[in-house]
Design a binder for this molecule. Sequence first.
Ligand code: NAD
Length: 495
Amino acid sequence: MDNKKVLLTIFGGTGDLAQRKLYPSLFRLYLKGQLKESFAVIGTARRPWTNNTYREVVQKAVASLAQTPEQAATFASHFYYQSHNVNDTEHYVALRDLADQLDEQYQLAGNRLFYLAMSPNFFGTIVHHLESQGMITTDGYHRVIIEKPFGTDYNSAETLNAEITDVFSETEIYRIDHYLGKEMIQNISAIRFANNIFESQWNNRYIANVQINIAEDLGVEERGGYYDKSGALKDMVQNHILQVLSLLAMEPPIEFSEKGIRQEKIKALEAIRIYKEDEVKEHFVRGQYAAGKRNDQTFASYREEENVAADSQTETFVAGKFYIDNFRWSGVPFYIRTGKRLTEKGTRINIVFKQVPVNVFKTSINEPCEQQSLEPNVLTIYIQPTEGFSLSLNGKEVGNGFDMHPVKLDYRNSSEILENTPEAYEKLLLDALNGDGTNFTHWDEVAQSWRIVDVIRHAWDHSTAEFPNYAAGSMGPKEADELLEKDGFKWIWSP
Ligand code: NAD
């Protein structure tokens, strides 16, 4: 079967995600020959656009990547528009007729990929109509890509999942977490499983703590309405952070396959300690930004942002500590930190190694004297905006004495490589076309992540936060620093 002969139907085809991410990603696949002549795209949304208007929008979305305007136009000629209200059954009939016609015209062998780039409220309706109106009865494969958020808590996620699995089987469902498409996230497995020096140390005997940071310098921009109902815990921790954590913590898979990796990720998530509500206060810190300054720029507070309630209790920052109660990780804190309007944008992971058993280096050769302080060895994985990794080691300062100082072995991808790095959405679309679900989230992972996060959410919902509590442009409230200090640690990344 040629997986890439396909009809892609994008629900929400006029939306921001489609224009900013999906069309450029499809175009990159087209430039690389992954999509050839046999593909067609139906964009559907409420607006009464014509094919021509739609194609102009697509051409504009890919213009900066095209070598010539003709190239963009040829690509866009594969795109068809169908005005459609997803709640209206009649429209699925028109959609099916267009789908059948394109199937014939482009010889697509009945392969259909549906991309739900719309509000999750509509997912249930869409998939049921796809079935009842005969859109998924063709000979080829039928797959559905689902955008985040997948539910707003465990119960809503379970309801949503039941609706989708009524129609599609788990292997046909591709739940997007675009972090899993990022080059360096995928590299976590390479670093761990292809380097004996790390894998042999990757446990509670040698690692003191792990720190996962996803920092944003931006505020909520125009997403205030959505964000104020979500907050950082649901927007970042339930999905991206717990996914990264599971990749860092999982056991080596028996084989590097979708099934092998998934099994181990699920086991890691299941070993994360679920706190009781009264433990949340001790292990988690929430924050919301006040007005502040970075360099010469001044920023308004979160509560002053557009579409945000003036007394909002929504957190724009979360720091916390997870424990993984298994043989490998018992006793090792996994600290996480994410927030908006922080000092600097960056996603990076720090693996902080334990100190040597005895520090033999004194401040002087004469007695009595103190021990020199030794910095811990740290492996840092940079995910964005730069990609790469570094390892900090202690070396001897050049000179007569024996002064220790940290040196850094640094590997960052050059800008040239970065330019050629496939975008996360490009990689994930290609995976979905190939039927490879490795870098998508399985229902069991989603379910367990919600169980972990729901308790934190409930604890917070039952108490009033003293917001705002950190200045825009800082790295969050001081309690986030104290969280590590009380364990004898500090954030390695402190811009
Ligand atoms: P958007 O508001 O820009 O687009 C929504 C689309 O849905 C539009 O095309 C609109 O016409 C269509 N639509 C709305 N109601 C409809 C109806 N009743 N019938 C038919 N079409 C209807 O939203 P977006 O930013 O593109 O986000 C889409 C999805 O992707 C959301 O689930 C969002 O959470 C997710 N997402 C978006 C981004 C992003 O960068 N924009 C990132 C991650 C996840």
